[in-house]
Design a protein around this ligand. Structure first.
Ligand code: SF4
Ligand code: SF4
Length: 159
């Protein structure tokens, strides 16, 4: 029996059209590869050099080329291509690969938090202000009079 196209599509448990776009706001680094840059330039009708200069910057800590950001009305900052009102991407067909893949799972943790808090607070309009910070952690052994145990130790720093 021939398979229907829908048989191949995994069910997802999030709806980006009902989300304030956590993923476009809380990640400081939306990486732009050479391929992404060419796609973006074509989408915007710009030269690659111009698109790079206008819309990307080098991230200080990592040295990666990332999309520029803008002040946001919900979160502190967001990607410069996020529409602040509709919370949609203004360069949808020209967006980088990393945006196309995200969240690459059937669930989105931020959408789950959103739904959870709205239910908890009995308010369909509430938006939890989530912030994400990455730390490098390493296992160390600490000892005292009662013996020793392994704990995680980290140095502070945003990525
Ligand atoms: S945070 Fe999740 S649900 Fe919200 S826009 Fe991004 S991928 Fe979609
Ligand atoms: S390019 Fe579009 S999808 Fe990617 S972070 Fe920016 S607004 Fe979101």
């Amino acid at each position: 029996m021939a398979k229907k196209i829908t048989d191949e599509q995994p069910r997802v448990y999030f709806d980006c059209s009902k989300c304030p776009a956590f993923c476009c706001s809380i990640y400081e680094r939306v990486i732009v590869t050479n391929r992404d840059l060419k796609r973006l330039a074509k989408h915007l009708g710009l030269t690659v050099e111009k698109a790079e200069k206008l819309h990307t910057k080098v991230h200080k800590e990592s040295g990666e080329r990332v999309l520029r950001r803008q002040k946001d009305v919900i979160f502190e900052e967001a990607c410069k291509f996020l529409d602040k009102e509709t919370r949609g991407c203004t360069i949808y067909h020209g967006r980088p690969e990393v945006c196309r893949e995200y969240p690459d799972r059937t669930r989105c943790a931020y959408y789950d938090v959103l739904q959870f808090e709205r239910k908890q607070q009995d308010d369909i309009n509430v938006i939890p202000l989530v912030q994400i910070t990455f730390r490098e952690a390493k296992k160390v052994v600490v000892s005292d009079g009662n013996g020793s145990e392994e704990i995680l130790e980290w140095k502070q720093g945003r990525q």
